[in-house]
Design a protein around this ligand. Structure first.
Ligand code: CA2
Length: 159
């Protein structure tokens, strides 16, 4: 199984600013934990961060070949980006949305996610552990749907 993990804008600052909100763990430490778990559970993982909406859209489009699932913290774009939502819908890759903070407890403008409607699920409020929960949840989903994805039903897959 191959998973792509994408971090959105400003997450490169993790651990260096706004520590009371986003914690003291650096993005490198978060990524190391993701890599360690991937090794433990026997999956391939690739991790990227971008401050650019277009770059994230391109990476999501490219993930269509080469990956089985996507984990994304779209950061500020969660609340604004139709383009990222459309890219996820177009690739049709099972996608888990991750937030370090509980966005539903924060300012009203953060309560709306453009991504949630095209995601398999959302993990919000568990800090960096959220990425690890997302990996486990996505892996279980991919395992349980693997046969169905490899052997589509005759006539287009509709029941
Ligand atoms: O809780 C999350 O993970 C968020 O996706 C983080 C975004 C925010 O816009 C979302 O509403 C919720 C902000 C990411 C900014 O990351 C920083 C990290 C350290 C210092 C400053 C910003």
């Amino acid at each position: 199984m191959r998973m792509l993990v994408l971090h959105g804008p400003n997450l490169n600052l993790l651990g260096t600013r706004e520590r009371s909100l986003y914690g003291t763990t650096s993005l490198k430490a978060v990524n190391d934990a993701i890599t360690r778990l991937a090794e433990q559970i026997g999956i391939h993982v690739e991790i990227k961060q971008s401050n650019s909406e277009g770059e994230l859209v391109t990476w999501i489009q490219e993930a269509r070949t080469g990956f089985d699932g996507l984990i994304i913290n779209p950061a500020g774009y969660t609340h604004t980006s139709v383009a990222i939502r459309d890219a996820i819908a177009a690739t049709a890759l099972p996608t888990v949305e991750v937030h370090l903070t509980n966005i539903h407890q924060r300012e009203p403008f953060r309560h709306r996610s453009y991504i949630a409607g095209v995601a398999l699920g959302q993990v919000s409020g568990f800090g960096p552990t959220g990425y690890l929960l997302a990996m486990r949840g996505l892996l279980d989903h991919l395992k349980s749907t693997r046969t169905a994805r490899r052997t589509p039903r005759k006539g287009g897959g509709k029941a």
